[in-house]
Design a protein around this ligand. Structure first.
Ligand SMILES: *Cc1c(COP(=O)(O)O)cnc(C)c1O
Length: 487
């Protein structure tokens, strides 16, 4: 059975189900499998004519080998079925420029978080059964927008689990707010905080570390769990779509089996691109991994200099899901390219001084796989326009950041660009980039974008305006524990 260990040296070995249930190790480290299973070209070939859920089952079986095979297969089937993701869960589209675009936004909330958050709740629910857990898991989420909705949608009506989401009352877009407030399901709750995202995040962290609250929840036969992107249950499903995209590129005749491709990923917390790195280490023919940042270019600086320095200004951009100064999953890469002691030291420096520097040798090792790139707000808007003019193809600002960086990194290999959100999810910014106009009402930009580009908004966003609001609860940050205990 595959064993999972903390990146910071804790010697406790866990099964994948235990790692998914636990989320983060006691020493603060993240879980990683003891070795990366291999994927041969013959295996890749055998997946070419398979559906997305069959590909998912095949790849996940290698990592989640403690799960019963039939159960895992069923989980993959329901998570990626047509009702949730449409005909194709992760289609690859080819642009005039020769780039291929991997669309990861066909799930229920129209952003790539669905790729993992549709399946992870079911993996957790099974993990609870497998580990003989009789308590209910209460998932607490602090969100700046996208994750909250994707988690609500993923965990709704899942057995043995409840979910409560806190978001900053004034810190999310009108579309995001209504997406959450109208959430359906019998095990969900949504509360707006009087404060900003940091207040929500700090409040949730305090609750997680409060023994008093834990004890009170235990009396109600409940324990706390987290849905955030450092959980292995979110990372593993992301490996699948790189394998799937490669299969589709062969199928479409863009490449021959065995040809190397480069991949560009719009990056925030480093989870998405780290999954590409694992796929590469398994044996998938990926060459350069281009880590694309927006104006918050801490990662692009890091790959250039080897210095990770968060002591810098934070910018709010049109690609908010990448507005991040602490990319948690980078820890996994540092671990994979060095060792636990190094990781422990670097993470301590980051939390004490806000900066760390890796050795030239380690930087050289990272650079063998990764390049960094970044894109300004102006270039992001210009790229949205350019791609629409050349291809009549509408991309969102996160994807535009990646397209821009991909163009700069383009070499001899074919390039795959990861598209992480539907343009309609960020309709106001896209409309502004394309037509230079802004609607007074955020929702009007959805229909304006549709008219302007002659494309159709995804149903979940097009119908959002008429959805019934179920949650109007608000509270001060001090009252968050009370909300949790009453939920
Ligand atoms: C979360 C997110 C990202 C960043 O992905 P990471 O795994 O955090 O690097 C990029 N684009 C969109 C639309 C997202 O929601």
């Amino acid at each position: 059975m595959m064993k999972y260990y903390s990146t910071r040296g804790d010697k406790t070995a866990l099964s994948s189900a235990e790692a998914i249930k636990k989320g983060i190790a006691d020493d603060g480290g993240l879980y990683m499998p003891e070795s990366i299973p291999s994927l041969t070209l013959e295996e890749v070939e055998s997946l070419i004519d398979k559906t997305y859920s069959e590909r998912a089952f095949y790849v996940l079986s290698k990592f989640l080998d403690d799960y019963d095979s039939e159960t895992l297969k069923k989980i993959c089937e329901v998570s990626y079925n047509e009702e949730r993701f449409g005909k194709e869960a992760a289609p690859v589209v080819k642009l005039q420029s020769g780039m291929s675009v991997l669309e990861l936004w066909h799930g229920p909330t129209c952003a790539f978080k669905d790729m993992a958050l549709q399946i992870m709740p079911r993996l957790l629910s099974s993990a609870l059964v497998m580990t003989g857990e009789d308590k209910t898991a209460l998932i607490l989420v602090a969100t700046s927008g996208d994750t909250g909705k994707a988690a609500l949608e993923g965990y709704r009506d899942v057995d043995g689990v409840k979910i409560l989401v806190f978001y900053p009352e004034k810190g999310v877009s009108g579309i995001q707010k209504l997406q959450m407030a109208s959430q359906e399901g019998n095990n969900v709750g949504v509360v707006a905080i009087h404060g900003n995202f940091d207040d929500a995040q700090t409040g949730v962290k305090k609750i997680f570390s409060s023994d008093g609250i834990r004890a009170k929840l235990l009396e109600k036969n409940t324990f706390l769990s987290s849905a955030n992107s450092i959980n292995w249950g979110r990372l593993a499903p992301q490996i699948v779509y790189y394998v799937s995209a490669y299969c589709d590129m062969v199928k479409q005749g863009t490449i021959k089996l065995g040809d190397k491709i480069d991949v560009t990923v719009p990056t925030g917390n480093f989870g998405d691109i780290f999954a590409a790195y694992i796929a590469k280490k398994m044996g998938l023919p990926l060459d350069r991994l281009v880590c694309a940042s927006n104006k918050n270019k801490i990662l692009s600086d890091f790959f250039e200099t080897g210095v990770y320095d968060r002591r810098r200004d934070f910018f709010t951009t049109t690609s908010p899901s990448m507005d991040i100064l602490i990319s948690s999953n980078l820890e996994r890469l540092l671990w994979a390219a060095s060792d636990c002691e190094t990781v422990k030291g670097l993470m301590a420096e980051l939390s004490e001084k806000g900066v760390y520097t890796i050795t030239p040798e380690l930087l050289a090792r990272l650079k063998a796989d990764f390049s960094g790139g970044w894109c300004s707000e102006e270039d992001c808007a210009a790229t949205i326009k350019e791609v629409f003019e050349s291809d009549k193809y509408v991309i969102d600002p996160h994807t535009a950041v990646a397209v821009k960086c991909a163009k700069e990194a383009q070499g001899e290999n074919k390039m795959l660009v990861v598209s992480t959100a539907s343009a309609y999810k960020f309709a106001p910014a896209v409309l502004k980039a394309l037509a230079g106009k802004e609607e007074k009402e955020e929702f009007d930009s959805i229909s304006s974008l549709s008219t302007l580009t002659n494309t159709t908004a995804p149903t979940p966003l097009a119908t959002l305006k008429d959805k019934k609001v179920r949650f109007t609860d608000t509270c001060d940050k001090e009252d968050m524990p009370e909300k949790v205990l009453k939920f």
